[in-house]
Design a protein around this ligand. Structure first.
Ligand SMILES: C[S@@+](CC[C@H](N)C(=O)[O-])C[C@H]1O[C@@H](n2cnc3c(N)ncnc32)[C@H](O)[C@@H]1O
Length: 280
């Protein structure tokens, strides 16, 4: 990534696309092209302009400096948290998440993102006018690379005051500061001990869902995007049979996407059949 000159203008959508395609650290080109292609399909000017709006508010020089610092780390481990320093990829990626939930078209909502990591989804939702909060594991349980990357990105996206440390553990209530939420999201979930020998089963998920529901207002929605674990779940990929049946009894399941609503109010609901989310 090239160093942004002081007071550089915020990149346009086309500029971001080109920068991401040309970046040495960017995920592969096909993925980048798909991300932009999906964004185009929403036919929404509000969404197309959102990436530029997020960039205008963000401290891009700080992110670019982080990217330079993390370049050797990323070379050794392309999948580690340092990958999030490539904002030209991750901003449009998270604008897609906003689009798939219809957040660019809804009234202002109170949103909590669990395991928010670098905060790109919060930044994208906040740029649409939503009141956004995040929680993530405390720094003490993160790797040094996660700590550095997430704290720098949250600061660069002006989200430090919006994100609280909270370690999610099996059968432990969430103890959130926020209530009456319209939407709780969790993308690429790892708090379920993903790929650990004790990855959550149906009992843990039942407890978590029941507890999370108490923080939603009537009609609110819990939106989960599970990470793939083919070795453990084989053809079911994201859950065992009992957990799948539980999710289906509580809400809707579309591959890795699980959506559970509180009560019957349909005052606000995300659209069905959102663009399929890649797990990662
Ligand atoms: C794969 S990253 C996904 C980050 C972000 N949600 C996204 O999709 O870009 C998983 C996130 O979950 C957080 N996490 C993992 N275990 C957790 C736990 N037990 N409690 C809270 N957060 C956790 C990590 O710190 C990290 O930010």
């Amino acid at each position: 990534m090239s160093q942004a000159p002081a007071h550089a203008p915020s990149p346009s959508v086309l500029g971001l696309m080109a920068r991401s395609l040309l970046s040495r650290n960017s995920p592969n080109r096909v993925q980048v092209a798909r991300t932009w292609g999906r964004l185009w399909r929403y036919h929404s000017r509000a969404l197309w302009g959102l990436s530029s709006r997020i960039c205008e508010k963000a401290d891009l020089q700080r992110i670019e400096s982080l990217a330079r610092e993390m370049a050797p780390v990323l070379q050794r481990d392309p999948e580690c948290a340092a990958k999030y320093a490539d904002y030209a990829f991750w901003i449009p990626f998270n604008v897609n998440r906003v689009g798939s939930l219809g957040l660019h078209q809804s009234r202002p909502l109170r949103i909590l993102d669990i395991g928010c990591g670098p905060g790109y989804f919060l930044a994208a939702a906040a740029a649409c006018g939503h009141d956004c909060y995040g929680i993530d594991a405390p720094a003490t349980v993160m790797t040094p690379v996660e700590q550095r990357t997430y704290s720098e990105l949250l600061a660069a996206l002006s989200l430090r005051d919006r994100v609280s440390p909270l370690l999610i553990e099996r059968f432990r209530p969430l103890a959130l500061a926020q209530r009456d939420l319209d939407l709780i999201t969790a993308f690429w979930i790892c708090f379920n001990r993903h790929q650990q020998p004790d990855e959550w089963g149906v009992a843990e998920w039942q407890f978590f869902v029941q507890d999370a529901m108490t923080y939603l207002r009537e009609g609110g929605v819990l939106h989960l995007e599970l990470n793939s674990n083919l070795t453990r779940y084989h053809s079911l990929e994201w859950y065992d049979q009992a957990t799948l049946e539980f999710f289906r009894s509580a809400g809707t399941v579309d591959r890795n996407l699980v959506r559970i609503s509180k009560g019957n109010s349909r005052e606000w609901q995300p659209p069905q059949n959102p663009a399929q989310a890649r797990t990662g």
